[in-house]
Design a binder for this molecule. Structure first.
Ligand SMILES: [Zn+2]
Length: 495
C-alpha cells in the first residue's frame, strides 16, 4: 500500500511548481548536536550533490560569498542540510559537497518579473555562463542560485517542486533545507486551522525536523519493514518516535488510517532533540496529521490537525482514537476504534483557501462585500470561505515599486484615496502609488505598507466583526496589521 504512494509517478510529467519561504527565524547554531557518524546499515545512500552559484545583478550590490559558511550550512557535520536530511532519512539521503562546489559569481542583467517568472530566465542564463567557463554541472542534482538580498521579492527563498533549482537570498541551513525539500518533492506543512505553519516540520516553521507524512512519502521508511502500518480494525497500538533509529525496536513509527469521509490520517509520535526542541503539543502524545495527496503533485500540503495527550480523544466519522499513555521521548500508546457516531470532522474551520489574505488578529479574510465589482467598493473582513470575492493575486508591478493586490473577482486593485483612517477600496488598476503596497515579512505573516502614504492595511480596533471595513493606518506592527497570504498552488505564470 505504501509503495503505491510512489509507484507510477513518472518523473518529468509534472510541471515544476515554485514555492517560497517567508520565515525570518534564525536558528542558534550552538543548539545543534546531531551525530555525524555513519548512517545505520544503508549500503547505497542516495547521494545528492549541490552546486551553489552566486548571481550578481547589474545595478545592485554584489552578493557576498562566504564559501566556508555556505559549505557549513549545506554539508557541515552538525546543524546542516546534510546532517539533518541524513538523520531524517535514516541514512538513505546524503547531501555531499564542499567549498569547491560554490562557483565564482556570475553577473547578469536583471530579468523582468525577477520575483516569479524571471527566476527561470536567470537560472538559464547563469547555467549558460557556467558552460562558457567550462564548468560541467551534469553531476549535480540541485542548483542553488544565491541572489542579491535587496531584490524586491517578499521571499527569502524559492524552490521548484520536483525540479532541481533553488533561489535564495540567505544561505542559512534553514532556508536551504526548506527550498531543497521542495526539490525533493515536498510541499508546505500547515496546521489545519488558520493556515498557520506546522512547527514540527521545516516545510512549515520548524527548525530541523519533518512530520510523519513527509517522512513516509519521501520513502525513507521503505527499507524498514513494519515501521509504517495501516489501521483498519479496532486495536491498541504503540508507536515509537519518528526520531528513533528504526532498527532498535520492532515498534511501528507511523500508522495510516482511511476512515470513511475521504481524509487520510497519519498518526505518529515525536521526540525532542538538541537540534529541535519541539513544542509540547508534539511530544506529549499522538500527532494527528491529514495528508491527502502525494509527492510531486505540487499541491500536497500536509496538515497538523491535533496533538493529543493521555486520555484525549480524536474523532472523525466512525474513527475514534483515544490516547492511553506515553513515555516521553520513547513511545505513545492509543486505542483506535471504528464504531463512532459520525461526528463532524475534523474540529475547527477548514484550511485557508489559496489566494486568501487573512488577518492575524481576527483570522477573517479580506473580502469584497456581496461580490461587488464597481469602483469604490470598500474591502471588508469576513469569515474565510475562499470564494472568488476573497481571492487576491499579489502582483509585482515593477522592481522596487511594490505589489498590486488584485481581486480575482473584479480584476481591480486595492488602494486608498486619502490619509490615515481612510477606507481601502477597489478600483481599476493604474499602478499609481496609492494602489501599490510593500509587503514586509514579519514573524508569522507580513505587513502591507501603502507606497503613496506609508500607511498600513489595518483592521480597525482589531475588530472581529464580519463586515468590518478595512482602513489604512499608521504602521505600528500590531497583530491587526499582520496578514497571511495563502499563495496559489501554481505560480502566476502557470495557472
Ligand atoms: Zn516553501
Amino acid at each position: 500500500m505504501l509503495s503505491g504512494h510512489r509507484a507510477g509517478v513518472a518523473r518529468g510529467l509534472l510541471a515544476p511548481v515554485l514555492v517560497a519561504l517567508a520565515v525570518t527565524v534564525v536558528i542558534p547554531q550552538a543548539l545543534a548536536q546531531e551525530s555525524a557518524s555513519a548512517p545505520h546499515g544503508i549500503a547505497n545512500p542516495d547521494v545528492h550533490r549541490v552546486l551553489v552559484i552566486p548571481v550578481n545583478l547589474r545595478g545592485r550590490a554584489p552578493v557576498i560569498v562566504d564559501r566556508k559558511q555556505i559549505a557549513q550550512a549545506l554539508f557541515g557535520a552538525t546543524a546542516s542540510v546534510a546532517s539533518r536530511y541524513r538523520a531524517l532519512s535514516y541514512g538513505a539521503l546524503q547531501f555531499a559537497g564542499s567549498q569547491g562546489d560554490v562557483t565564482a559569481p556570475v553577473t547578469l542583467g536583471e530579468p523582468a518579473d525577477i520575483c516569479n517568472a524571471g527566476l527561470r530566465a536567470l537560472a538559464g542564463e547563469a547555467k549558460a555562463a557556467l558552460t562558457q567557463r567550462g564548468i560541467a554541472y551534469g553531476a549535480y542534482r540541485h542548483f542553488v542560485f544565491v541572489v542579491p538580498a535587496d531584490i524586491p521579492c517578499w521571499w527569502i527563498g524559492v524552490g521548484d517542486i520536483y525540479s532541481d533549482d533553488v533561489w535564495v537570498k540567505a544561505t542559512t541551513a534553514k532556508a536551504l533545507q526548506h527550498e531543497l525539500g521542495h526539490n525533493l518533492g515536498m510541499n508546505h506543512a500547515l496546521r489545519w486551522q488558520g493556515g498557520q505553519a506546522d512547527a514540527g516540520d521545516f516545510m512549515g516553521s520548524g527548525p530541523a525536523g519533518l512530520n510523519a507524512p513527509h517522512v513516509v512519502v519521501m520513502g525513507w521508511l521503505d527499507n524498514h519493514p513494519g515501521k509504517v502500518v495501516d489501521l483498519t480494525q479496532a486495536a491498541d497500538v504503540t508507536l515509537e518516535t519518528l526520531e528513533a533509529p528504526p532498527e532498535i525496536s520492532a515498534l511501528p513509527k507511523v500508522a495510516i488510517v482511511h476512515p470513511a469521509g475521504g481524509n487520510t490520517y497519519y498518526l505518529s509520535y515525536r521526540a525532542a532533540t538538541p537540534d529541535d526542541k519541539l513544542p509540547d503539543e508534539f511530544t506529549r502524545g499522538l500527532n494527528v496529521h491529514i495528508f491527502n495527496d502525494f509527492r510531486y503533485s505540487g499541491n500536497g500540503w500536509t496538515y497538523f490537525v491535533a496533538g493529543l495527550s493521555d486520555g484525549a480523544v480524536y474523532r472523525d466519522g466512525p474513527m475514534v482514537i483515544k490516547q492511553l499513555s506515553h513515555v516521553a521521548g520513547r513511545s505513545v500508546t492509543f486505542h483506535i476504534g471504528f464504531d463512532g457516531a459520525g461526528q463532524a470532522m475534523p474540529a475547527g474551520p477548514p484550511p485557508a483557501q489559496a489566494e486568501t489574505l487573512q488577518s492575524r488578529a481576527s483570522e477573517k479574510c479580506v473580502d469584497l462585500p456581496g461580490g461587488q465589482t464597481r469602483d469604490g467598493t470598500p474591502a471588508i473582513q469576513y469569515d474565510c470561505h475562499g470564494g472568488p470575492n476573497q481571492q487576491w493575486r499579489i502582483d509585482y508591478a515593477a522592481p522596487t515599486t511594490g505589489t498590486r493586490i488584485v481581486s480575482r473577482l473584479s480584476g481591480k486593485c486595492l488602494g486608498i484615496d486619502s490619509g490615515s483612517g481612510s477606507p481601502v477600496v477597489q478600483s481599476r488598476c493604474t499602478d499609481s502609488p496609492n494602489q501599490l503596497w510593500m509587503r514586509e515579512v514579519v514573524i508569522d505573516g507580513s505587513i502591507l505598507r501603502n507606497v503613496a502614504s506609508g500607511l498600513c492595511l489595518d483592521v480597525p480596533g482589531a475588530s472581529r466583526a464580519n463586515g468590518a471595513k478595512l482602513i489604512a493606518w499608521t504602521c505600528n506592527g500590531g497583530i491587526n496589521q499582520t496578514w497571511r497570504y495563502q499563495w496559489p498552488r501554481m505560480p502566476p505564470n502557470a495557472d
